[in-house]
Design a protein around this ligand. Structure first.
Ligand SMILES: [Zn+2]
Length: 295
């Protein structure tokens, strides 16, 4: 029981899981199409249970951004996560890149996922994260649609350059974003300066690639900047035995490096840091967020 949420001397950080399967990798040509997903072996149940057990072991509550498609197929996973004290949030329904979709299709996708998740969890779903952090300047209508769709906060802005998506130059601190439909609380993915560039050490390939002491040092830098660290992980990232999609060598490295050591790193983070859900973090800090026009 080391999350130690009550120690006021330590910064409160956020842990999140994007709940999707091994084949929901974006932007690679051989990635299976939506109409093929049903026929594929699924590993999300096993992998999410592994993560939920690790969270229990460390007394940590997290935000689970469920893909609506996964929730419809495995509703017991949503109920189990909710029963074990985790926040249920939305990763959209069909995992489509936002800049590859239309405003109308996006509006439908986020509403459908929210309805499915609320029906299963029997509680309001407040948060959203875009597949691949794929909200870019040209699709900033997405923020307005999130407010219209009943979401209160978003964690889709990746304020650095990135393979797909990314809003390089966007503000990096949690803030209140004003849209034509009203306010949305924005909690951008955490980045810090490293070799002159903004880098995220707290999810995806970098979290798996770098050793824990470096990640901890970078987390301290984010906290010294008076920002929470937002960690994000996918169930497939602790699964060394998942099937591999064929892809170019550099992308293959990024997608599959260190799958066998990520669970251990996650446990080290849980042992040494105060971690909570977005909802709980916002209860403590939401009212004092600065106004922001970025997005
Ligand atoms: Zn995703």
């Amino acid at each position: 029981m080391c999350s130690d949420e009550t120690d006021p001397g330590k910064a409160l950080n956020i842990m999140s899981v994007d709940v999707e399967d091994w084949f929901h990798i974006l932007d690679v040509r051989p990635a299976p199409r939506v109409d093929q997903w049903d026929a594929l072996e699924s590993r999300v149940e096993r992998n999410l249970h592994f993560l939920l057990d690790a969270f229990d072991e460390h007394g940590v509550q997290v935000t689970c951004f469920f893909l609506g498609w996964v929730a419809e197929r495995f509703p017991h996973l949503v109920r189990t996560a909710a029963d074990r004290g985790h926040e249920i949030a939305s990763h959209g329904h069909l995992h489509q890149l936002i800049y590859g979709t239309t405003r109308q299709a996006f509006a439908q996708d986020i509403r459908h996922a929210k309805a499915v998740l609320e029906d299963i969890a029997q509680r309001p779903v407040l948060g959203y994260r875009a597949p691949g952090f794929s909200i870019v300047r040209a699709t900033s209508w997405a923020f307005e649609e999130l407010v219209e769709g009943g979401y209160r906060y978003d964690s889709s802005i990746f304020p650095a350059a990135r393979g797909h998506g990314g809003l390089a130059g966007a503000r990096t601190d949690p803030h209140r974003l004003w849209t034509a439909s009203g306010p949305l609380l924005e909690l951008p993915i955490s980045v810090t300066r490293f070799l002159g560039q903004r880098v995220c050490f707290f999810g995806g390939g970098y979290l798996r690639l770098f050793p824990y002491p470096l990640i901890e040092r970078m987390a301290r830098a984010v906290n010294e900047d008076r920002r929470p660290v937002i960690y994000y992980i996918h169930p497939r990232e602790i699964d060394p035995h998942q099937p591999r999609l064929p892809m170019a060598r550099s992308r293959r490295f990024k997608s599959y490096v260190n799958l066998a050591t990520t669970a251990g790193k996650l446990k080290a983070i849980m042992r040494s840091q105060r971690l909570t859900t977005f909802e709980r973090w916002l209860e403590v800090n939401g009212a004092s967020l600065p106004e922001g026009l970025d997005g």
